[in-house]
Structures are given as structure tokens and as C-alpha cells.
Design a protein around this ligand. Sequence first.
Ligand SMILES: Nc1ncnc2c1ncn2[C@@H]1O[C@H](COP(=O)(O)OP(=O)(O)OP(=O)(O)O)[C@@H](O)[C@H]1O
Length: 285
Amino acid sequence: MSAVLVKDLTMRYRGHTALHGVGLELRENTIHGLLGRNGAGKTTLMRILTGQEFESSGQVEVFGDAPRENDAVLRRVCFIRESLKYPSYFKLREALAAARIACDSWDADFAARLVRDFDLPANRQLKKLSRGQLSAVGIVIGLASRAPLTLFDEPYLGLDAVARQIFYDRLLADFAEHPRTIVLSTHLIDEVADLIEHVVLMDGGKVLIDADADDLRGRAVSVSGPADAVAAYADGAAPLHRSQLGGHLRVVLTQRPERPAAGVTVEPLSLQELIVMTTNRGDRT
Ligand SMILES: Nc1ncnc2c1ncn2[C@@H]1O[C@H](COP(=O)(O)OP(=O)(O)OP(=O)(O)O)[C@@H](O)[C@H]1O
């Protein structure tokens, strides 16, 4: 069964349509990257999947049921947003206790280990924590929830590089032992490229790419070298991107020519570069 099934989903706000007929299926027990430029519609989609917003039209199923006001479904879902708000008197203990009540699959021991990993102060009010520490609280809750559908929406505002690496390491290790459906929305594509198994790229309220990360990695190549040699190698193929510095030419091709490269370097394009080029071309569909 798929964890999420969305058909022809449209979300209209007053004067703006944030989602235009989105169709999507998220597999169970898979780490998904939900990518796209600012305003692409990622948060709107996640808010609808987690019952925080109601769609204007279309079909939305989470574990086979509509999430809207559906406690049985929502107890299996954890949504960690960029700026979670807690009551002003809350300390870490209260935040973890509230999460424990909300999540059937909560693991208190794992939460305690994560609190130590992120070196979080237990007895300080959350409103006094630094920006990065507050993000770490969200990450602790998201991971320890072990929710069958866990969504992280830019969870690491202010989090330093070491703490982000701890997040990625703990996520991968715990996912191996407790597979679940993870949706990770982020602009730090390079950092998560090796983590995500499936990519959903949104742009202008539509899904541009919905593909396994391995397929995407082979989708485009960078060809560089002496301009004449590169031009001959590419042989009239329409490049996704072209840049020339003096006699050195680099093109990005969506198909690798069959012939061996003579005097040119052919490398797979990074996921980040592919995403940037795909959303930077002005050919929104
Ligand atoms: N309540 C609202 N009323 C009107 N427009 C809204 C509302 N919420 C979101 N939008 C608009 O819908 C579009 C999609 O917003 P959304 O927050 O889903 O984007 P996003 O992909 O998450 O962007 P980011 O990466 O910047 O977080 C944006 O143009 C936004 O301004």
C-alpha cells in the first residue's frame, strides 16, 4: 500500500492557487525528498497531508484514508515544521511529553539519546533556546515519534553543520531498524542527496519530477573540455545548460551520447545541479 495517494489536488487561497491538480503517490518505508523553489507549494501540500489545511478539490489519502479531521490517521503522522511554536512555559520535558501523547509509536529512550546527541538543555524554557537548539528539539521529536509518516519541512533553520550531520546519521541508522515513510523538504539538496531514495520536485504548484533518486542521477551528464571536442561530442544535442570560458566549453546533456568521449570529461550531474537547472529553465509545465 502507498503511504500517500494524491489525485488532482488543487489548493486555492484568496487570489492565489498554490497547488494545481497535483497527482502523487508516496511509497511506504521510503525516504522522499520534497524539493522545489520558494513558493513551489511544498508546505501547502504537507499541511494538507497532515490535516492542517483542507484542499479546495481533489483526492487525498494517507494510509488509505482522508486525513481531514481523522484522528486515527493523524496519530500515525508527525509533521515537523521550520518554526514550531510551543506554549511559553514549555521546557523540553513538556514538549517531549506532549509528543509522547500525540504519537502512538513514540520511543522515549530514543528521544533521551537524541537529546544528549544534540546537547539540548533540559531545564531551560524553549522560548529561551537558540534558533538552532529549537530546530534540534523539532528533529528530536520528529525522529523519536517513529511515526509511520514523518514529514520534516526545512527542519534545520540555524542548525550548524555538525548538528545537521548528526540528524542525517541518526535518521539513516534509525530508518534501517524502523523503516517508515519520511518526507524531507529542504533546500540543502547536496547534503541530503545520498539520503533520499525518491525525489518529488515541485514548481509553481505542480509536480515537475517524481522519480527514484537513482534514476535521476543517471538522467543528465556534464560534458566539458576543449570547445571543439565538446561540440563534436555533443553533436547537435540540445543542451540543458551551456557555459564557455575561453576555449573551454561545458554543456549539460540529458542523454549521454553512445560514442566514447574523445578528449572530453563526462561526469554525472549532481542532484542539486539537476534540480536547479530543471527549475531555472522557465519551461514550467
Ligand atoms: N494562507 C495563504 N494565503 C494565500 N497564499 C498562500 C497561503 N499559504 C501559502 N500561500 C502561497 O502559496 C504558495 C505556496 O506556498 P508554500 O508555503 O506551500 O511554498 P513552499 O514550497 O513551501 O515554499 P518555501 O520553500 O519558501 O517554504 C506561495 O506563493 C504562498 O505565498
